[in-house]
Design a protein around this ligand. Structure first.
Ligand code: B12
Ligand code: SF4
Length: 469
């Protein structure tokens, strides 16, 4: 059995047998709105990488100067491989359009200047447009999609002088200056084999300041919404974990980090398949779970029994990707549901006591200002617990300044309409305009003990909190 020593300054796991390779796992994400999120994807990759390697987590989220912090740590460590996780390409119009690409390009440069180790890039942001990001950011390797199989395979191929590199699924790399793209593997990861992430490595500040942890119960969404990139990242086929394993991980997380006051179930859509979501809730109830949680849910496959089980197992709210209040826009987006489904979900949630927050994306391809107005009227009439109004940002705007400029004009028009309406809707968030969406407001709410996603508190304290019930 391997024994681990914990090297606090670098959050590292070192096997007593001695390490084969020294790997720096770097979480580049610095976004703290709506809250900072623990680097769960990178933690899964770390747990899947064999323990014969020395594994060090470097998270630059809270460093004043992320480049200096990375440089200093890499210079001290001199790793054999640097694995960088890129979560967000852009911030969905939270503040215009953050230029994450320039930041990640600089992060890779910093790594290369600090040590000669090759750089591997992965993560949800990278996976959305891997070819373009290989060319723009120039890492040595890229892994598109889930990395639990591909990354350890790459490590072992590199440890073996590059042998077998051409067989690693969805791997991007350079050969004689040309980009080589290996085909995607036919099979995704069997989720019942997923190794638990080691949360003791996570920076304390995530838990001290936000107290929110992430847990994933399944991967894959079977739906085909027009704009959605999630299937690129995790496939369409639903792959579920056993409810027992999910709840084991949640209890283990609480043991490791008692400051956790909320779990976010990071599944693209928790209630598809419905039977799986209900079984997870039943397992939580059976094991007397007492900490609040939130998930994404979809109007399809939503029923009274799920809402009731969710409530009883500690659900403090659900986020629904409702997107539009116009049936023809929903149809064009291939959402598979109508505004009637949204209304039905809202009624079920209200009856069950589950706060619902609907995200609407205004200004998608082909939408007119009339459609936008109709959606606003729909939300007023629906009166959900909360709503988040986003204005559509195309990921490719980060690569194409002309497209960005064009889209900005339309976004400005929509934002003007939203500003005109803002006083009518005290419980809505408009991230792009900073309305009910800013660091100071969120911090003030947290200081008064309001935990979890902040939209849940925009109508005042929620009546029920199973932690204190
Ligand atoms: C849940 C979620 C949220 C929740 C998070 C709650 C929480 N406490 O964690 C909330 C609502 C807070 C949120 C907010 C935001 N999110 Co979000 N979110 C997601 C979602 C659905 C799941 C993310 C997740 O945790 N997945 C589970 C982990 C295990 O998977 P993973 O991180 O992708 O990691 C895997 C692979 O990517 C890969 N990998 C990861 N790192 C590395 C590194 C290497 C070296 C390798 C080889 C592989 C690798 O392997 C991992 C395991 O298989 C994704 C969509 C999706 N289905 O992926 C969007 C997504 C990640 N979000 C996105 C964005 C933009 C945001 C926001 C900026 C804005 C917004 N409104 O959505 C904020 C930023 C928040 C922040 N602080 O960074 C984008 C990012 C890409 C992009 N277009 O820029 C995504 C992909 C959705 C989209 N629009 O396309 N989000
Ligand atoms: S339901 Fe959500 S995750 Fe599934 S395809 Fe639609 S937007 Fe994507």
């Amino acid at each position: 059995m391997l024994v681990f020593h914990w090297v606090n300054t670098l959050n590292s796991q070192i096997s007593e047998k001695g390490a084969d390779l020294k790997i720096a796992f770097v979480s580049g994400n610095r976004e703290t709105l709506p809250n900072a999120v623990i680097p769960i994807g990178l933690l899964y990759i770390m747990s899947s990488t064999p323990d014969c390697h020395e594994k060090v987590l470097i998270d630059v989220c809270f460093d004043d100067d992320p480049h200096a912090a990375l440089r200093d740590k890499l210079q001290a460590l001199q790793p054999d491989l640097v694995a960088i996780s890129m979560r967000n390409i852009q911030n969905n119009d939270y503040s215009g359009l953050s230029d994450n690409l320039a930041y990640y390009a600089a992060l890779i440069k910093t790594s290369k200047a600090a040590c000669p180790a090759p750089v591997v890039l992965g993560g949800s942001g990278f996976s959305v447009m891997p070819r373009e990001l290989m060319e723009r950011l120039e890492p040595d390797y890229g892994v598109s999609g889930e990395g639990e199989n591909a990354f350890p395979q790459l490590v072992s191929a590199l440890d073996d002088g590059g042998n077998g590199i051409d067989t690693i699924g969805a791997l991007y790399y350079w050969q004689d200056g040309a980009l080589v793209i290996n085909p995607r593997p036919p099979e995704f990861l069997d989720m019942t084999t997923l190794a638990f992430p080691d949360r003791s490595l996570v920076d304390d500040y995530y838990y001290e300041e936000w107290g929110i942890d992430s847990v994933q119960t399944k991967r894959g969404c079977p739906l085909r919404c027009d704009y959605c990139t999630y299937p690129i990242i995790e496939g369409r086929k639903g792959r579920v974990r056993t409810p027992e394993s999910v709840v084991d991980e949640m209890y283990e997380a609480l043991d490791a980090r008692p400051e956790i006051n909320h779990f976010f179930i990071v599944d693209s859509v928790f209630n598809l398949p419905k039977s799986h979501a209900k079984n997870v809730c039943r397992e939580l109830i059976r094991r007397k779970w007492r900490t609040n949680w939130t998930c994404y849910a979809n109007p399809l496959g939503f029923d009274e029994e799920f809402a009731q089980l969710a409530y009883e197992s500690g659900c403090a709210g659900m986020e629904i990707g409702s997107d539009s209040g116009c049936d023809h826009v929903l149809q064009k987006l291939r959402k598979g549901f109508t505004v009637e489904h949204i209304r039905r979900l809202h009624d079920i949630c209200s009856n069950a006591g589950v706060p619902d927050c609907h995200t609407f994306i205004l200004g998608t391809q082909g939408e007119t200002m009339d459609d936008v107005r109709q959606t606003i009227d729909f939300i007023v009439d629906l009166d959900p617990h909360s709503a988040i109004l986003m204005v559509w940002v195309d990921d490719y705007e980060t690569l194409d300044p002309k497209l960005r400029k064009q889209r900005m004009i339309f976004r400005d028009e929509i934002n003007t309409m939203l500003v005109d309406h803002q006083h009518d809707f005290p419980h809505w968030s408009m991230p792009g305009l900073g309305i009910n969406f800013d660091e100071d407001l969120f911090r003030a709410l947290r200081r008064t003990g309001r935990h979890g996603p902040i939209w849940q508190h925009l109508r005042g304290p929620i009546e029920r909190n199973i932690q204190t019930a």
